[in-house]
Write a protein that binds this ligand. Structure first.
Ligand code: SAM
Length: 252
């Protein structure tokens, strides 16, 4: 165990693009195998400010362009990734972190889902992302909150069961979002966005892939951790993981 912990902390020297270069394909496989599991997480981005006709959205980082599955087919979504580890399939663009402001300012919305805890300079990142959005548009950011049980799941269970570890910095519910002062925060709320599965083993398989857990990490140990940290709700023969994120909308 100690050796694994040591390995995890040695790997902290790896940057997030290196980490996702290694495990982006597993993350993508999880999303391909269970494409509906995180549906509510994506849909909740627009609960307060619905997307109208003829909007243009930039999804960054997009992973494997999953947002496209949950928006109206008429909405234009451009998918951009900052890690080459994600399957850069057709239609997914690559930009280096730090050069996001080189993308033309032409979008009415920008989306950054489940990523901010990986980004060191959050203010600079949000600033650059906002420079892709036209005046009056909205930047949507959603991430794990510092106080949530999800953070502990990631920082403890995932960290010690993944060869590369999992360390992030999370936005506290009680603190100001590090964002540029020219952006007006028009929404800030915690939202329950349960992940849905047909059974608990599917939930464990999804998490094993998504978080790049070691081959020897048993499904039973993942289920136990999900019970202890995240919480599981059973309804009929369906199972949900009690996922929760903090959502922000910032007006440009
Ligand atoms: C949990 S995934 C989220 C992907 C997608 N938005 C979703 O919700 O499925 C985290 C993302 O962080 C990106 N990432 C974060 N920090 C990075 C960095 N410093 N360099 C490269 N990629 C980084 C990865 O490319 C990956 O797309």
């Amino acid at each position: 165990m100690l050796k694994k912990q040591q390995q995890a902390s040695e790997n902290q020297a790896l940057s997030y693009d290196e980490i996702f270069n290694h495990r982006g394909n597993l993350y993508d496989l999880a999303m391909q195998k269970f494409p509906q599991a995180r549906e509510l997480e994506f849909k909740a981005l627009f609960y307060k400010n619905a997307v109208g006709d003829n909007e243009k959205i930039i999804d960054l980082p997009s992973g494997g362009a999953y947002l496209k599955n949950f928006t109206n087919a008429c909405t234009q979504i451009d998918s951009w990734e900052i890690s080459q580890g994600f399957v850069l399939r057709e239609g997914i663009n690559y930009v280096q972190l730090g050069k996001i402001n080189t993308i033309p300012r032409k979008y009415t919305r920008a989306v950054c889902l489940a990523t901010l805890h990986h980004i060191e300079d959050k203010q600079e990142f949000i600033s650059q992302l906002s420079q892709t959005v036209v005046k009056g548009g909205i930047v949507h950011v959603a991430d794990v909150a510092d106080e949530s049980r999800i953070r502990i799941f990631l920082e403890e269970f995932v960290h010690f069961n993944n060869d590369m570890g999992h360390r992030g910095t999370y936005i506290s519910k009680l603190k100001k979002l590090p964002s540029p002062s020219n952006l007006e925060i028009i929404r800030r709320e915690m939202v329950d966005v349960p992940w849905h599965f047909d059974n608990i083993f599917d939930a464990a398989i999804f998490c094993k892939l998504m978080f790049g857990l070691r081959a020897e990490t048993s499904l039973n140990s993942i289920i136990k951790a999900l019970q202890d940290y995240v919480g599981i709700t059973t309804s009929g023969n369906k199972v949900s993981l009690n996922w929760q994120l903090q959502y922000f909308d910032l007006k440009v």
